[in-house]
Design a protein. Structure first.
Length: 271
């Protein structure tokens, strides 16, 4: 299974962190150079629907750049003709369970899912029927759209929908689609972690540590969203069986590990 890592080319330390994890778990990564906020105007201006992105959703340039970066990854997956792929951000902290998921050839389609989240913010899932996966983990159906794009796996249906919704950027990378419109699942506990401190994340510090209300990313008028929800089966599942998945606290950046610091020190001069 192909794994794509999105990161800024100038962030050499982060690239080394991912290389360390690839070596540790015996994985191979493909690297996607992330878009910088400066490149949004100079190279990607026509790819952004500015009226919605800035006018309605109040996105910062760094958020638009992040969304563009994920859109580039989607396009690369399609260009290669892949039916499935994993996307990671370069501050992702991988676990042995993630490596097992990859090496054992697990994929969302094996469980009738279009997409599987490995890292995610606080979200609501269907608690009525948890399904086992790996050794001590469970799969839950997603009943809302949680934040965080640090790690996830896409089947072709989810990829096509994301490509359609990012043909012109209107929202943040997390997410341009309504997760309840596809068969999206998450693995709990998380098998990819993200540093708890927003300053250690890709765009957390530039967002002012403020988590936007997910309604900001809906493009339909408020009354239409409410009517659509009433006709969605998952709306009632959320009301009846919804369970909130907590955000794990105290996740430190990988660079705090002594072995990682030694690896970075030994390879910092490499190109």
């Amino acid at each position: 299974m192909e794994i794509f890592v999105i990161g800024l080319k100038r962030e050499r330390q982060r690239r080394l962190l991912m290389e360390y994890q690839a070596k540790k778990f015996g994985l191979k990564f493909n690297y996607i150079d992330a878009v910088t906020p400066q490149e949004v105007d100079s190279q990607h201006h026509s790819r952004v629907d500015w009226d919605i992105a800035r006018g309605r959703n109040h996105l910062r340039k760094v958020e638009i750049a992040c969304s563009l970066s994920h859109a580039i990854a989607y396009a690369e997956i399609r260009r290669r003709g892949l039916d499935i792929a994993i996307i990671l951000e370069d501050d992702a902290i991988l676990t042995p369970e993630f490596a097992k998921f990859v090496k054992d050839g697990m994929r969302p389609a094996n469980y009738s899912a279009d997409m599987m989240l490995f890292a995610y913010g606080e979200g609501v899932v269907n608690s009525s029927n948890p399904k086992k996966i790996l050794s001590n983990h469970s799969r839950y159906t997603v009943l809302d759209t949680p934040a965080c794009t640090a790690g996830y796996c896409l089947e072709r249906r989810a990829l096509n929908l994301l490509l359609e919704k990012t043909s012109r950027i209107q929202t943040s990378a997390d997410w341009p689609i309504d997760m309840t419109s596809i068969n999206a699942e998450l693995i709990y506990p998380r098998i990819v972690h993200h540093p708890s401190d927003p300053k250690n994340t890709s765009i957390g510090s530039d967002r002012g540590h403020k988590q936007k209300d997910r309604k900001d990313f809906d493009h339909e008028p408020f009354y239409k969203r409410k009517l659509l929800k009433l006709f969605k089966r998952k709306y009632y599942l959320k009301k009846l069986f919804g369970k909130k998945i907590p955000i794990e606290k105290g996740i430190l950046p990988l660079v705090d590990d002594e072995d990682v610091r030694s690896y970075i020190s030994a390879h910092s001069g490499d190109e």
